[in-house]
Design a protein around this ligand. Structure first.
Ligand SMILES: [Zn+2]
Length: 82
């Protein structure tokens, strides 16, 4: 049982590190990113999507005064699902 919880903690650390890399990578404007940079960013996003135990949040965002849209995103890894 202990190995399970240890691997869970490791997984959580991996997620936290990958998320901080993703956030740092997004500081560079898209137009200034070369292909390798974009590829690494994609891999970070894919890692989070596949390894995070998502905690989905539903949120209404206003598009204009009369229209709103429900978005779904993960509270932990900030991946958007809508
Ligand atoms: Zn997540």
């Amino acid at each position: 049982m202990q190995t399970v919880s240890t691997s869970n903690i490791m997984e959580q650390q991996n997620i936290a590190i990958m998320l901080s890399i993703k956030i740092k990578m997004e500081r560079i404007p898209f137009r200034n990113q070369d292909n390798d940079y974009k590829r690494i960013h994609q891999l970070c996003k894919r890692y989070l999507r596949e390894h995070c135990e998502h905690e989905i949040i539903y949120d209404d965002i206003d598009i204009d005064l009369d229209t709103s849209k429900t978005i779904m995103y993960c509270k932990k890894c900030e991946t958007c699902f809508s």
